[in-house]
Write a protein that binds this ligand. Structure first.
Ligand code: TRP
Length: 457
């Protein structure tokens, strides 16, 4: 055993490089691409938001994805162990600690929303969502999320599925699930997007998403939102990709994987937008509908279209699959750490940590109306769930990512970083180092500072 307590012998690994890429894609593509992207783009001016978002993905996001992969594969350890191994006794480990904390917090509210998705899958299966009286989908949704017990049951069932997958292991559980679900998801999403484009709202929908309203760029909130959304969507800044990278064999190539992940994750979000916004406009609904877009606006759309039950069922199954593969990666970050730290079995760790995270999610669920639970800090949002989302996505993840960028850019010898990332002495490798050293940290800091001014307004 080495000083970090990491038994290398018997540590799990992916079965193949494709399995690794699909698992990372499964982690990245989730509620973030469908529920969060459409909400955030809708509330921040559509096209203008998209431009900032794309810039963040390519200049900040993908370089940090590469850094996380490189760290994980190099150390073959988890989010915290990686830093302890590479730089023992230094404060860099802070990013890992914040990462594991974020895994707990994000999964706690993620499970709540994924539970709602399960309820909707059942609603389409039983026909309850096909025949909502007076098309009152708002009433249906609000009734459901404000009731104290039922959402908790769905959250619990979702967490059981998540725990079960992590319980089985990296290759047989996580990799296998992603190999089946990710390709199915891609196909289904494309079919739904094409269908949505035939609905008559295509022009306004695409216009909203792709035609920037430049005036929106004067709002500092747009930059924070794009930064947070990019980190959240790429599963970045908390060691999830360090953890997944740590199950790679030393000879699997990294840069292609990082680029594919960035491009495919963005493509998923855009296709989801292409499916959601035309439908919204075709039925004369509001694109800035907020978190309700998925649960009130879309079911309304499905309810008015022919074959809506099938489309609704397909759509919510797709969202559920995407959410599950993401939740699994969140749980794995925490499980990988505690397994190593306390030398517990994977099974025991998954059950214990999964149980704790379920309990942590209870206040988020209740804060939707059953009880009023909120931290007394206005700009974080007005209920506990939104506040947990804001703190992690807009603060913890970018901060964690900032530390990772500085660690790789300045904490490693340049030649080591280039070698360990597989870039070698290439131009693109040098560009990558400087993006990590200067561009990403300054951009994150500027967006933060800018955001502080916006907050104090
Ligand atoms: N990326 C996922 C989504 O878009 C959420 C997620 C999974 C995540 N793992 C993560 C976010 C790790 C941040 C960090 O839904």
């Amino acid at each position: 055993m080495d000083p970090t307590g990491n038994t290398q012998a018997g540590r799990e690994q992916w079965g193949s490089r494709l399995g690794f890429i699909l698992a990372c894609l499964g982690s990245a593509v989730g509620l973030g691409n469908i529920w969060r992207f459409s909400t955030t783009a809708g509330e921040n001016g559509g096209g203008a938001f998209l431009i900032v978002y794309l810039a963040v993905i390519f200049l900040i996001g993908i370089p940090i994805v590469m850094a996380e992969f490189t760290i994980g594969r190099k150390t073959q350890s988890d989010a915290i162990g990686s830093f302890q191994k590479l730089a023992p006794g230094t404060p860099w480990v802070l990013s890992g600690i914040m990462g594991v904390a974020s895994a707990f917090i994000i999964l706690s509210f993620y499970g709540v929303i994924a539970g709602w998705v399960m309820k909707y899958v059942l609603g389409y299966l039983t026909g309850a969502l096909t025949s909502v009286p007076d098309n009152d989908y708002t009433g249906y949704f609000v009734n459901f999320i404000t009731s104290p017990v039922e959402p908790l049951i769905w959250q619990f069932i979702f967490m059981v599925l998540t725990v079960a997958t992590v319980y089985v292991g990296v290759k047989q559980g996580i990799e296998k699930m992603n190999k089946i679900l990710m390709p199915s998801l891609g196909i289904l999403l494309i079919i739904l997007a094409i269908y949505s484009l035939t609905l008559g709202g295509a022009k306004e929908g695409l216009n909203f998403l792709f035609n920037p309203d430049w005036s929106a760029l004067t709002d500092p909130g747009v930059y924070i939102a794009a930064l947070g959304q990019a980190f959240f969507s790429l599963s970045l800044g908390m060691g999830a990709l360090i953890t997944y990278g740590s199950y790679l064999k030393k000879d699997d190539k990294l840069p292609g994987a990082a680029l594919s992940l960035g491009i495919l994750d963005t493509a998923f979000a855009l296709i989801a937008g292409i499916m959601i916004f035309p439908a919204v406009f075709a039925f004369g609904l509001d694109p800035a509908g907020g978190a309700g877009l998925l649960f009130m606006t879309l079911p309304n759309v499905f309810g008015q279209m022919t074959g809506g039950t099938i489309v609704g069922l397909a759509f919510f199954l797709l969202v559920l699959a995407a959410a599950l593969t993401s939740a699994v990666s969140l749980l794995e970050v925490a499980v990988a750490y505690f397994m190593r730290k306390f030398e517990w079995t994977r099974q025991k760790t998954a059950l214990l940590i999964g149980g704790i995270i379920f309990l942590l999610g209870v206040p988020s669920s209740l804060s939707q109306g059953a009880m009023s639970i909120a931290l007394p800090i206005g700009f974080l949002g007005d209920n506990f769930l939104d506040q947990m989302d804001y703190i992690t996505a807009n603060i913890f993840l970018p901060l964690g990512g900032l530390i990772i960028a500085l660690f790789m850019g300045w904490g490693w010898k340049k030649t080591d970083a280039l070698r360990d990332s597989d870039f070698g002495e290439s131009t693109i490798g040098i560009v990558w180092i400087w993006l990590l050293r200067i561009v990403a940290p300054i951009a994150v800091l500027l967006i933060f500072l800018n955001g502080l001014g916006w907050i104090s307004l």
